[in-house]
Write a protein that binds this ligand. Structure first.
Ligand code: ZN
Length: 152
């Protein structure tokens, strides 16, 4: 755990996490995204500070596939999504960062509003910088917790 790492700080409660922890496995945490990628976008990250998929321990790697599938199902239930995108861009500032998969339920309305999709949509959403309302995030996080409990 490193103090300068936002992912570690959010996990340890040193930074406020809107919606709180949603779900956890032995090695992985699920949170609502703190960036402007829309309501219902989940972050799946290892609790341990790891910056490369290649450095995941065997136990961490074995939990990842099932968790991404489960988180994608949950995200699909939170928002009327056209597609739930999964991506990993842990390279903030040009330096390898704490791994975090973005599980983003993308709606037709978002694609129409930004007139793009896929990675371009994420860039456009970051450019617009419209963070979801903290109260709405808390509500969605509660829904996500219930959905994870149902999906066990
Ligand atoms: Zn970290």
């Amino acid at each position: 755990m490193r103090d300068e790492c936002l992912a570690c700080a959010l996990a340890a409660g040193r930074q406020p996490l809107p919606g709180g922890l949603i779900f956890r496995t032995e090695s992985w945490l699920v949170e609502h995204c703190v960036g402007p990628l829309g309501l219902g976008t989940l972050i799946v990250k290892p609790e341990r500070h790891v910056t490369a998929v290649a450095d995941l321990l065997p136990a961490e790697a074995s939990e990842l596939g099932p968790l991404l599938q489960q988180a994608s199902w949950v995200a699909s239930q939170l928002v009327a999504a056209e597609q739930v995108c999964n991506c990993l861009w842990s390279h903030a500032g040009g330096v390898p960062g704490h791994l975090h998969y973005v599980v983003q339920p993308v709606t037709r309305q978002q694609m129409a509003a930004y007139e793009c999709h896929g990675p371009r949509l994420q860039l456009a959403m970051f450019g617009a910088g419209l963070n979801p309302d903290a109260g709405e995030v808390a509500t969605v996080a509660d829904q996500a917790r219930r959905l994870f409990a149902r999906s066990q």
